[in-house]
Ligand binder design. Structure first.
Ligand code: TRP
Length: 444
């Protein structure tokens, strides 16, 4: 069967960066940072991205491009009759878990586009905006409605196919998002009292680094880079045999990290200036950002554009998640692409509804002291992704081996890559040990 490929080099970078840059950067990153000690978290996060980002991403790309298959098919092809395809199955389950709660937040971006168009933030006090956000959760049905709309939108793009779907939009819109974040950052750092927020972000307090900070940073790094569950195996399968995957991985890692750090510079100075607690979680972003626009010339229009772009960023991420489930159904279960999209979307809605409803104050949908939403978030970022990434690097480092890895990243010797030995050393030794140690300390 012929598979869609990406038309150009920028195509795969745009698509992988589109998958990486999303709510994880703008919503989840500030939440995790605020809850895990600020600057200390940022430092650990950057270290993890710097050391593990490119090697783990390359491991996924290599598996994907070598086999030209979805994660399950890829492991089946490389190690038939072994337990390795389970890593692929775990990825499909993880895609569903992430989609379920991610689509909740993605739905909010649509609600916020509507609010912004209706000029519903201007002139309001922080407490009012915060209260309206809480009221919105407690409505329940409205969250579910937007969530379903968002999943349908995702299904529509996925059904239209990978190459023409994603490539066109993210190339223009993601740089635009960066631009508007820069404008926001400038406004934020010039607010009265912004310095305290900057200090929170950039002055690490080393005593705050605990096992749970480490695992949160690790999980956030994998989550933000879309690593550890096969999205990048799937995307790797669309990379051309002549492309340089190492520079692709580097560009994706850098752009994603840039957006996350920018989001931090937008959120924390403003949050401290307005008096939003750094541990405020979701409100940190969904209340602080409208407040910044309130303090800005042209805030009305910027606010609309921002939430539209945020919705698009979320969409390019949900596309990649749904694509994993759809590619599995099409290539391994042999259903048509249309049915695969329908089945995958319905499955995401069925689980996702519970995630949305679990955020009501009165909700009984709780697992182990957490809302079902938080539980899915924790399960994916702190358990599935680290375990998935660990198995992937072990596979490439110890099962596939050095020569096959070198062949693949150098395009059968066509490319000269002086850092290939270092990268392989990280994949074989550093990454497995670091991930395992952090994962275990995090659990204790
Ligand atoms: N990386 C995306 C974000 O930061 C979310 C995402 C998309 C993701 N695909 C993924 C996370 C695969 C983990 C695995 O918003």
């Amino acid at each position: 069967m012929s598979r869609d490929g990406f038309g150009s080099k920028i195509g795969i970078i745009a698509a992988a960066a589109g998958s990486a840059v999303g709510l994880g950067n703008i919503y989840r990153f500030p939440c995790e940072l605020g809850n895990n000690g600020g600057g200390a978290f940022l430092l650990v996060y950057l270290l993890i991205v710097l050391c593990l980002g490119v090697p783990v991403m390359l491991s996924e790309f290599v598996i994907g491009r070598k086999t030209q298959k979805n994660p399950i098919g890829a492991f089946k092809m490389l190690r038939p009759k072994s337990a390795w395809p389970l890593v692929g199955y775990m990825g499909v389950v993880c895609a569903l878990v992430i989609m379920a709660f991610y689509s909740t937040v993605a739905g909010w971006t649509l609600e916020y586009v509507v609010k912004a168009v209706g000029n519903q933030f201007q002139g309001k006090e922080l407490s009012v905006i915060e209260q309206e956000f809480a009221d919105f959760h407690n409505l329940g049905w409205k969250n579910v409605l937007w969530q379903v709309v968002f999943i349908f939108m995702t299904g529509f793009v996925v059904f239209k196919g990978v190459a023409n779907g994603i490539e066109k939009y993210s190339k223009i819109l993601m740089p635009l998002l960066v631009l508007i974040l820069i404008v926001l950052a400038i406004r934020s750092v010039t607010l009265p009292g912004a310095g305290e927020g900057l200090a929170f972000l950039f002055k690490p307090d080393f005593t705050k680094i605990t096992g749970s900070v480490l695992i949160s940073a690790l999980g956030q790094a994998f989550f933000s880079l879309s690593m550890g569950m096969g999205v990048l195996i799937t995307y790797g399968s669309y990379i051309k045999k002549t492309d340089n995957m190492t520079t692709t991985a580097l560009s994706v890692t850098m752009s994603d990290t840039l957006v996350a750090v920018l989001a931090g510079i937008v959120i924390f100075p403003a949050a401290f200036s307005f008096g939003v607690r750094p541990e405020a979680g979701m409100g940190l972003v969904f209340s602080t950002i409208p407040m910044i626009f309130n303090q800005m010339a042209g805030g009305y229009f910027f606010c609309i554009i921002f939430f539209v772009l945020l919705a698009v960023a979320a969409l390019t991420s949900t596309i990649s998640l749904l694509e994993v489930i759809v590619a599995y159904l099409v290539e391994e279960v042999h259903v048509t692409r249309r049915w695969a999209t329908v089945i995958a979307s319905v499955a995401c809605i069925l689980v996702g509804v519970f995630a949305s409803l679990s955020l009501k104050d009165t909700s009984v949908l709780r697992v182990g002291g957490k809302s079902f939403f938080d539980f899915l978030d924790f399960l994916s970022a702190n358990i599935f992704l680290p375990v998935g990434a660990l198995l992937i690097v072990i596979f490439v480092g110890w099962v596939m081996g050095k020569s096959k890895f070198f062949d693949e990243i150098t395009n059968e010797g066509q490319l000269k890559l002086s850092i290939k030995t270092l990268i392989f050393f990280i994949i074989k030794f550093v990454a497995p040990i670091a991930i395992a140690v952090i994962f275990i300390t995090g659990l204790i």
